[in-house]
Design a protein around this ligand. Structure first.
Ligand SMILES: Nc1ncnc2c1ncn2[C@@H]1O[C@H](COP(=O)(O)OP(=O)(O)OP(=O)(O)O)[C@@H](O)[C@H]1O
Length: 246
């Protein structure tokens, strides 16, 4: 049966690394369809963040291809990637602390400032608590609030795909729950999203599909539900604690 869904992101046999001659990704594959929420889980050091960085051109891709809407984006500089609709929210240092929330959001729109009002309405529709605090400096916000601002800034450009590197990192359990709910809300609003997460079980619970990355290769792929219930994935990557919540 042919798959009728529109492919937005295609990572095909990507080899990439930081140091000359040392690959971290050894031929990694991943796809994201229009409107999908795709999760990437796996052990520490598996190359999850590196995979997002390879898509966003922050690490050298030495083999294979990365396509967005059918066109290769390998080697493009950040401004060109943004123009192609690729938005990346890094795990840390993802806001300008000396700028206000509003100014941070404007920075996300430097290529198309005319749509500010329209996009502000969209992001404050999801992150309503930020709407009344637009003049507050980002540096005075909590970790969870900064994460929200970072996601909002990325969403300002109306991205084709949103890349999130561990949105729950460093947050308290309650804040982590909130972060996952927000990611889910963003995706329900129609944004194709690829998320790396340490909190594998929680990630797979909200994802349409997931990938388990191990030693720089996609070891397993499936729906979030299938991966959560796959004995091999449970044994190797999820552990049995917390299975009742799956
Ligand atoms: N800037 C860098 N320079 C050199 N090596 C790096 C760099 N960043 C990451 N690495 C190496 O790449 C490998 C994969 O790191 P990466 O951060 O992609 O893993 P990860 O799966 O996201 O891990 P974690 O879950 O612990 O965040 C690790 O061995 C790491 O030491």
């Amino acid at each position: 049966m042919t798959d009728q869904r529109t492919l937005v992101v295609e990572v095909e046999n990507v080899k990439a690394g930081y140091l000359p001659g040392v690959d971290i990704l050894h031929g990694t594959n991943l796809v994201a369809h229009q409107g999908e929420l795709v999760g990437i889980i796996g052990p520490n050091g598996a190359g999850k963040s590196t995979l997002l960085k390879a898509i966003f051109g922050l690490v050298q891709v030495r083999g294979g291809d990365v396509r967005v809407n059918g066109e290769s984006i390998v080697g493009l500089k950040a401004d060109k990637l943004v123009a192609r609709g690729v938005a990346f929210v890094p795990q840390t240092n993802n806001v300008f602390p000396s700028l206000t929330i509003a100014e941070n959001l404007q920075m996300g729109l430097f290529q198309n400032p005319k749509i500010y009002r329209e996009r502000l309405e969209f992001v404050t529709g999801i992150f309503s608590e930020l709407g009344s605090r637009l003049n507050q400096r980002a540096g005075s916000l909590s970790g969870g609030e900064r994460q929200m601002v970072a996601m909002c800034r990325a969403l300002m450009m109306d991205p084709t795909v949103l890349l999130l590197d561990e949105p729950s990192a460093g947050l308290s359990p309650v804040r982590q729950d909130d972060a996952f709910i927000r990611v889910s809300d963003i995706n329900k609003a129609g944004v194709t999203t690829i998320m790396v997460e340490q909190n594998a079980r929680r990630c797979l619970q909200i994802c349409d599909r997931g990938y388990v990355l191990d030693q720089g290769k996609d070891a397993y792929e499936g729906t979030g539900r299938d991966l959560l219930n796959d004995p091999k994935v449970i044994g190797l990557y999820l552990g049995t604690l917390g299975t009742e919540a799956a």
